[in-house]
Design a protein around this ligand. Structure first.
Ligand SMILES: Cc1ncc(COP(=O)(O)O)c(C=O)c1O
Length: 381
């Protein structure tokens, strides 16, 4: 058995995406900044990709800037917004991805900003009442709150938070790396100043992503160099990556309703089977709530035991790839700052299963069966 349930870490490339990329790896090799025919050909591929991405997100092509992935996009939006607008206060949460958390920590260490963490409710959702208070206390702050948490799947209501930020004249950055390609963002309706995407989370290639920057919230570049990306990000463009990214986004949009239904079905199947077969199982965050969590992510909480601490290792031995990390760091797993923030001191086992269009119901059944065996072997011994 070889089962891949770690699609929040990365997804397999769609063969249709690979076909679209191929000509840009071999025959169409020009540098897009060159003005001759070889250059013009690839320049036009970049610009038509940008136009297509903008159409899908309902924004203008000038608002899409290609980057090397989610990490660079998050770094750019945070660093450049703070520097361009002289921002002194950032409002974020302790369960942001490290691409956001560490960037903010660095700015704070350098004495550039003060960071204020918003309170979370027991399920890991942002306490909107507390956010309101912080917005009043620090007008004009940069707010950085992720759309879907990569470990829990918890979803933030972007419309509501966007409106709150608009009223408070705050800059709203949202790390949307886990939702672009799985959720339709309508940038004309959302008040988001900057958001981020990584192609490898929706069956595109690794090492390519983009940031959306609202046209009335322009920022200075973070990566300095040539005039590429409308002077917003220096460096020769990753042309085959850009073509692959946008092809993957097109496929994702084309098939989104069908896939959402199918993948939600896999997630519900796993929840029900786990509840029936694994004693003491529960779910971290709001992961099992299909209305308030991303359909691709399920974070399972297992009773405390030495075996459950080694659960990822044991699943791997059975040919099952998943990920996790409990609140406390020990054994074969490294600690998770997300679970650590929500469940301080908890020694329960944690496994994040994340699904894609390529997973099959039989795989879910097999994984639950193995997980039940691993957990029950401890209970009966
Ligand atoms: C929520 C979130 N933000 C940012 C990133 C970083 O993206 P990349 O791997 O493209 O740098 C990831 C990837 O794990 C993620 O899940």
């Amino acid at each position: 058995m070889n089962i891949y349930l770690d699609n929040a870490a990365t997804t397999p490339l769609d063969p249709e995406v690979f076909e679209a990329m191929k000509p840009f790896l071999i025959e169409n090799f020009g540098n897009p900044s060159s003005t001759h025919a070889h250059g013009r050909k690839v320049r036009s591929a970049i610009e038509s990709s940008r136009k297509k991405a903008a159409e899908l997100l309902n924004c203008t092509p000038g608002e899409i800037i290609f980057t090397s992935g989610g990490t660079e996009a998050d770094n750019t939006l945070i660093m450049s917004t703070v520097h361009t607008y002289g921002i002194k206060h950032v409002i974020s949460s302790p369960i942001e991805h490290h691409a956001v958390l560490h960037t903010i920590e660095n700015l704070e260490k350098a004495g550039v900003i003060e960071n204020h963490h918003v309170l979370l409710d027991p399920d890991g959702h942002v306490d909107l009442g507390h956010l309101e208070k912080l917005l009043k206390q620090y007008p004009g702050a940069l707010v950085s709150l992720m759309h879907a948490n990569n470990e829990l799947g918890n979803i933030l209501d972007l419309n509501t938070v966007g409106e709150m930020c608009k009223q408070a004249n705050a800059f709203f950055h949202s790390d949307t790396v886990q939702t672009v390609g799985h959720y339709r963002h309508n940038m004309k309706e959302l008040f988001v100043c900057g958001m981020t995407a990584a192609a490898h989370k929706f069956h595109g290639p690794k090492g390519i992503g983009f940031m959306y920057i609202r046209k009335d919230k322009k920022i200075n570049p973070f990566v300095h160099g040539g005039a590429q990306e409308r002077n917003m990000r220096g460096g020769t463009e990753n042309v085959y990556g850009i073509v692959g990214l946008v092809k993957a986004l097109e496929i994702a949009y084309r098939e989104m309703d069908e896939h959402e239904k199918y993948i939600s079905g896999l997630k519900s199947r796993m929840i029900e089977k786990l509840k029936a077969d694994v004693p003491g199982v529960s779910f971290h965050g709001d992961s099992a709530n299909l209305k308030r969590s991303l359909y691709t992510v399920l974070n399972v909480s297992l009773p405390e035991s030495e075996e459950n601490d080694m659960i990822l290792f044991n699943l791997d031995l059975q040919g099952i790839s998943a990920s996790g990390g409990s609140a406390c760091s020990s054994g074969a797993t490294t600690g998770s700052h997300v679970l650590g923030a929500l469940y301080p001191g908890s020694k329960r086992g944690a496994v994040r299963f994340s699904f894609s269009k390529y997973n099959k119901p039989e795989e879910i059944d097999f994984v639950v069966e193995k997980l039940a065996e691993l957990v029950n072997s401890k209970v009966s011994s």
